[in-house]
Every structure is written in structure tokens, then in C-alpha cells.
Design a protein around this ligand. Sequence first.
Ligand code: NAI
Ligand code: MG
Length: 492
Amino acid sequence: MATKSKQKIKPLRLAKAWSYSPAPESASIAQIKDQYELFINGKWQKPKRGAYLDSINPANEKKLYRAAIAESEDVEKAVSAARTAYDKYWKKMPAAERGKYIFRIARLMQEQARELSVMETLDGGKPIRESRDFDIPMACNHFFYYAGWADKLDYAFSNRKAKSLGVAAQITPWNFPLLMAAWKIAPALATGNTIVLKPAETTSLTTLKLASIIEEADLPAGVVNIITGAGPTGSALVRHGGINKIAFTGSTAVGKLIQQETAGTHKKLTLELGGKAANIIFSDAPIDQAVEGVVNGIFFNQGHVCCAGSRLYVQESIAAVFIQKLKDRMATLLVGDPMDKNTDIGAINSAAQLEKINYYIRLGKKEGALHYQSDALLPKKGFYCRPTLFTKVAQSSRLAQEEIFGPVLAILTFRTEDEVIEKANNTPYGLSAGVWTDKGSRIFNMSRRLKAGVVWANSYNLFDPASPFGGYKESGYGREGGWHGLLPYVTF
Ligand code: NAI
Ligand code: MG
């Protein structure tokens, strides 16, 4: 079955075999306001200094809405509302009652799932298929899951009495806006904390919609506060002396800043930062499934995924066949309107992110790697990038070491298990990895030796609310999801 890498393999060119008629989802279900205020103490409040920022639809560059910019006075108001709500209601409320509120949020989200999906796609550029089938259902599931834990904390931590921390400050990124809000809000509420959350400035819409769902669920005022704004708002929140805990997901650079800010304070911190995951294919792997896994791992959500399988390690004996199959599959991927149900790769989230991706594509070529891109047609307006791969990538190159956060795959080869473990672990990150092999013992060996918070075996990018997720090294610390996800929000 071994194929010499020099052997010429004929491309299949599947893309030309058929085409799809457009199947756009209707945007009319989403009731998007022109302007959103801050959700503080159960009320929609104007920002003190009256400043707003625009959020666009990255698929067509048109303005979608504007959201308030919370300045330090507004942050102050939000934190003090969260503190009052904590002291007055939330920490005294019987746990089973808390659980009912979380269930109510989950059910309301589920009822409004279609609108949430459309909003997520319009604001962030991800394909509607992903928002509809992954982001929104998974966000609902997190609320359902943690609702169940609220009155079972004594079983979660046997012989210990878990106490809530107080006010949690939570900052989320733009790649999975609602899902990241769910990962943060649901366990914090279940453990009895109150919240001030700031979504990313390019994708605040579904979190603002979640604020109105929380209003509808009749949560006591101030238990969840949502404030919008960019880096300075996040920074003011992190520095506030009245918070007990910070949960951050985003870039490693900002994560390090936050770590510096909180050093020597009483604030508990969890960080979920970047990644440069290795997806490792052994010669005995089910090749076609593995090709799908690789495609799913790096092109899913435009590669805007911290756990994206952005480095492919393929065993030398099958490299030529594998890479050709991958190129054939890439040629069939549809890049374009995220609202079209056929679209595989939607819009890049912002002009700045597209520029970053293009910078790395130029860099890869300069570093001497071989570049391949599908010839997918791109819309004229909006931010788009064709699925891209590089072969002949050097382990030490920046292409293989740095997080790109786009649909760009760096391919390297290996001969032995020891060699690939050494190479896979050789980055500053350690968030996730994938192993494809028919051999069970190898999977156990690899998952033990790979320094990654998650190791997927013969699969990639699978999530479940009951499974913990988080990193090693510069990918951050602390876990979200599962029983482990309760720990960052309690003390004993
Ligand atoms: P970022 O880290 O600046 O943004 C994440 C969140 O942090 C946003 O809500 C942002 O407003 C907030 N923020 C920014 N500066 C802050 C500060 N000083 N204090 C507190 N909060 C602050 O990420 P950015 O610039 O949007 O993306 C840059 C790169 O970061 C991406 O290209 C990607 O490589 C990586 N990234 C990783 C993510 C992950 O899931 N691990 C998510 C988003 C970006
Ligand atoms: Mg937007």
C-alpha cells in the first residue's frame, strides 16, 4: 500500500463535476436593531460618554448595527451591579432555583435558535451551516449541561463545600461568539457567581441577543451584565478592583497582558489562548476519513479556531497520495456567501484578520515552502480567502510555529512515532492535536506523550459540554466544559 512520494498522482478535479444552485438562508428572521446599549443591572443603559462602534457584516462589508462603547464609568456601574446582585440575591438563592434560571435560558435560546444562527452568520461571517448545526446548538447544550450541575455541587466536590467566588469578569473572542459566552456564563451561574461579560467588538450581536434572552428569563437584575466595546473596555474590566475572577479567551498577546495585570492581586484567572495543533496521519490511517478530518480541522470556520489542525504531519510513505487527495477535496470546497447553505468556507471575520492571513501566505512563500490554493471563485465584496496549503514546510519556519487563524495548512512529513511527537510538541502552544491510525495502542501512547489539552483520535474538532477543553504552555490554563469547568469558579 506504500506509495513512493516521487510517484506522480493524477488530480481528480471533482469541483468541475457539479455545481450547486444558490440556497441562501433568509435574513428576515433576525430582528437586528440599529443601535444597542449596555445591559447593566437588568436595564439597557446608554454609555456614559455616548460613544458607539459599528459592526459590519464581513461578507459584504456593510454596516449591520452599532454597539455602545463602555468606558470606565460604565464598567464601574456594571461591576457594582454584579456585586449587589451577588450579595442580595444570587449567593443566597437555593442552588436548585439557580438551576431553574439556567434551564430557562437554555430553553429560550433553543426556541430562538434560528434567529441566533442567522445573527451569528451575519455578524461574524461563518457559514450558516456551522452556526445552525454547531455553534448555536452547542451553546444551548452548555446551558442545559451546567443547569444540571447547579444543585449537585456537593456531589461534584465530595467532602468539600464549594463556595462561589463573587463577581466574574469574562472576555470573549470573535470566532465563536455565542458559544464562548455560553462556555463562560453557564458554569459561572451554576456555581453561584454573578457576571460582567464583554464580547469581541466585531461580533457582539448574539451576546446582546443573549442579554435580551436573559431579560426574558427574568434573572434577578445585575446577575448577568453585558458590556460592549473593544480592547480598552476589556482592559478597564480586567483592572477593576471589584472583580474576583477573570475568564479570557483570545490572543496569547492579550492573555499575557492580563496575566501581568493580575499578578499579585486576589483575582483568579483562566486563559484560553492560541494554538498550532498538529494533525498526525500514520500510514495505516483510514485515508479518506483522515482527509475529511484534515479539511474539517483547518478549513472549518475559515480556520478561525484556536484548536484548528493547522499543522499536518503525514507519514512519508503515504504523503504523496494523501496530499493529492487533500488537494482534490479542497478543489470542491465552496467559498463565498456565508448565508448560503452550501457554503463550506465563509467570510474572514475582519479586514485586519484577512491581512494577517495574507501576510502569512506571503511569508510562507518567502520562507521557501510550496504554495497551493484552490481556484474557488470569490465574491467581489467582503473578506475571503481560498483554502490554502503549503508543502515542504520547515519545522523551524514561522509558518509552522505561529498561529495564523485562517484557512492555511502547513504540511510536514515524518517517518517514526518518536520523530512526530518531538516535532508536534515543538511549538510554544499546546491546545489540541489529532492522531489518525488503525492502531489503538499507538493512540494511547501518542495521547500520553503529546503536550496538548485535547487529543482527538480518528476524528477532529468534536465537542461535548461534558468534556473539558483547555491548554498547556502558551495556550493558557484552566479548563472549560465538563466537571472541570466548574473548578475555576469555586473556592473551598
Ligand atoms: P484579542 O485577543 O485582541 O481579542 C479577544 C478579546 O479580548 C476581545 O473581546 C477584545 O476586545 C479583548 N481585548 C483586546 N485587548 C484587550 C486588553 N488589553 N484587555 C482585555 N481585553 C482585551 O484578539 P484579536 O486581536 O481580535 O485577534 C488577534 C489574533 O488572536 C488572531 O489572529 C488569532 O491568532 C488570535 N485569537 C485567538 C482566539 C482563540 O480562540 N484562542 C480568538 C481570537 C483571536
Ligand atoms: Mg460584525
